[in-house]
Design a protein around this ligand. Structure first.
Ligand code: FE2
Length: 378
């Protein structure tokens, strides 16, 4: 019996009613305890390249920020240089985590005006940053927890990242692992908070709910969660929102909320064109992924039908497969990338499918629970 609650087909609205046109994810910024080392980790393990830097040498006295890039994927790693400021407090509370999900917009002033007048709480009024390479306009609103959406307008900027940053050149340039762009970013919110945040994305940002999963979809013998996927009009930006659900034991979302000390980004899903190659490369560089039991692969092709890939390398690497009525997808989930069981990454290759791997939830959550049990938090 299907339990997925497909959202009703949206009424097609004329393009000019999209009050918040988005061109995609501009960057993801992490507040971390040691940005220099984090940048080295993401370069070495994930295959990013150095792009830009800001810190005391560039006149930014309270922090250091390293910008790294791989194809269309840009990460910023920021650390405070002293205690007693919002960045240091963020790390004290949450550990390393995502602070900014920065979205590329054609007009950051309009994005701020349109969202704040619909109830969005301002984080940053539109600010014009200029240097010899032109201008970036930046604004922002708060979302769940202490997470912020920045709106980045860079159509009049030719510099390497944005004013205030200098190019970061280094002789240490590990090759790419084939990671391409942000496919989606998932937020974990508290009990009974999923629907209020769904409403926030609908009302404030003009997103719509494209998929819903209830606790019957996403439950194992022990723990459960609920999820709704929010998408902007052109589908370039997708934010699934999870909340814990009652089970026999503690939900993985609850474990996250305990250790992150509040709501925040659970995982960033990154697209690749060749998941076998990317994951083999990532594993060889030390990225750890959840292990999937061999029994999963005994029946998976009965469920998903014919696929282009050989099953053996997928099983060897622990890559999951799912199909919807538009195609299939291949996906894998990393272990948390910090000591707190909080943020992790998903690597995803879409072959037509626009969904999120519902058929894998059970296998996946059982794998997550084995890890949770090892930490004594189940
Ligand atoms: Fe995901």
């Amino acid at each position: 019996m299907p339990t997925t609650l497909e959202a009703p087909e949206p009424k097609i609205a004329p393009a000019q009613t999209d009050f918040l046109p988005l061109e995609g994810t501009d960057y993801v910024e992490f507040y971390v305890g040691n940005a220099k080392q984090a940048a080295h980790f993401y370069k070495t393990a994930f295959g990013f390249q150095s792009l830009a830097y800001a810190g005391p040498e560039t006149g930014q006295m309270d922090r250091a920020s390293y910008v790294i890039r791989q194809n269309k994927l840009t990460f910023v790693l920021t650390t405070p240089l002293r205690p007693g400021n919002p960045i240091a407090d963020h790390i004290y509370g949450h550990g390393d985590g995502v602070k900014y999900l920065a979205l590329r917009v054609p007009d950051a002033t309009s994005a701020w005006e349109e969202t704040t007048k619909r109830g969005g709480k301002s984080y940053l009024e539109p600010r014009h940053l200029t240097d010899e390479n032109g201008e970036v306009v930046i604004s922002g609103i708060h979302t769940y927890g202490e997470t912020v959406h920045l709106f980045i307008e860079r159509k009049n900027y030719r510099g390497v990242f944005m004013p205030g940053f200098r190019k970061w050149e280094t002789t240490y340039n590990p090759p790419s692992t084939g990671l391409e762009y942000v496919d989606h970013c998932v937020g974990n919110v508290g009990w009974n908070q999923m629907n209020p945040w769904v409403k926030f994305y609908e009302d404030v940002m003009g997103f719509r709910n494209i998929l819903s999963f209830d606790d019957k979809d996403i439950s194992t013998e022990y723990s459960a969660l609920m999820s709704k996927v929010m998408s902007n009009g052109n589908g370039f930006v997708k934010f699934p929102i999870n909340e814990p659900a009652e089970g026999k034991k503690k939900s993985q979302v609850e474990e996250y909320l305990d250790f992150y000390n509040g709501e925040g980004v659970q995982h960033v899903a990154i697209a690749t064109k060749d998941i076998v190659k990317s994951v083999r490369d990532l594993q060889s560089r030390g990225v750890e992924f959840l292990k999937i039991p061999a029994t999963y692969y005994e029946t998976v092709l009965d469920r998903v039908g014919k696929i282009d890939e050989d099953l053996a390398p997928l099983q060897e690497l622990g890559i999951l497969i799912d199909r919807d009525n538009e195609g299939y997808l291949l996906q894998i989930f990393s272990k948390p990338v910090e000591d707190r069981p909080t943020l992790f990454f998903e690597i995803i290759q879409r072959k037509g499918a626009k969904s999120f791997g519902k058929g894998n939830f059970k296998a996946l959550f059982e794998a997550l629970e084995r890890e949770q049990e090892l930490r004594g938090n189940l």
